[in-house]
Design a protein around this ligand. Structure first.
Ligand SMILES: N[C@@H](CCC(=O)N[C@@H](CS)C(=O)NCC(=O)O)C(=O)O
Length: 233
């Protein structure tokens, strides 16, 4: 049996982490039987992050490695039907989503003071109330340092928005009027993009980034379609 360790549900998503949701989508689309193991502390996982897939005792950390594993071991091709150029574009979309939009989303969620009270309440709900303030503040300091080191945290919220806005526009252009990024059915790029943008939709504060996604009916219809087609039932 395949078991996926992920963060708990939050903001209407099956996990607080878009990477965990992505891994759930990969598992659903793979057609394999799997179950979820909710856990909020990534420190003991092989790379100190979640998701982690346990395939009969073999641990596979990282959603990209989970994809490779499913494709190799279970003979799945998440980009079936795509030609070489489309596969290359897919890889670029995934990188833009996971290595750029993601960091704008993290800053929006964790570092925006308008969001913080809600984030602390939702993401730290399993932490006893008496230590919740201390624990959440410590984690937030870690996120701030990580975002500074990565680079996104060096920009103001307005600058972060300008950067993410261009990426979202690129996704909209690539999507056009199609149901999914490469046609009528979801492929690996949708598996990455949909949870990432839906994590922004879940932001409790009406930030510019949140409004950018929520305010676009075509994009919102795409995210809803993606949820129906890829999310765990
Ligand atoms: N490249 C990884 C990224 C996973 C990741 O960044 N997970 C975050 C949550 S969204 C995490 O567990 N962070 C914990 C930490 O950095 O301490 C993947 O694709 O799985």
């Amino acid at each position: 049996m395949l078991e996926l360790t992920t963060y708990y549900k939050a903001y209407g998503e099956p996990s607080a982490s878009p990477f965990c949701v992505k891994a759930m989508c990969l598992l659903r689309l793979s057609g394999q039987d799997w179950r979820v193991n909710y856990y909020n502390d990534p420190r003991k996982s092989p790379k100190g992050k979640l998701p982690v897939l346990n395939d009969n005792g073999t641990l596979i950390p990282d959603s990209d490695a989970i994809r490779d594993h499913l494709e190799r071991k279970y003979d799945v091709d998440f980009d079936a039907g795509l030609n070489a150029e489309q596969r290359a574009t897919s890889r670029a979309i995934i990188r833009m989503s996971e290595e750029h939009i993601y960091f704008a989303a993290v800053c929006n969620r964790w570092l925006n003071d308008e969001n913080w009270a809600n984030v602390r309440q939702v993401l730290f709900r399993k932490v006893p109330k008496i230590i919740r303030g201390v624990v959440s503040a410590r984690v937030r300091v870690g996120v701030r340092k990580a975002m500074y080191a990565q680079g996104m945290g060096r920009h103001t919220a307005a600058e972060q928005f300008i950067r993410a806005d261009k990426d979202i526009s690129a996704i909209q252009t690539l999507l056009g009027n199609k149901p999914f990024l490469f046609g009528d059915r979801p492929t690996a790029a949708d598996v990455s993009v949909v949870p990432m943008l839906r994590a922004i939709v879940g932001s409790s504060a009406k930030t510019a980034l949140h409004e950018r996604v929520v305010g676009d009916a075509v994009l919102m219809a795409y995210l809803e379609r993606g949820k129906d087609a890829m999310y765990p039932p």
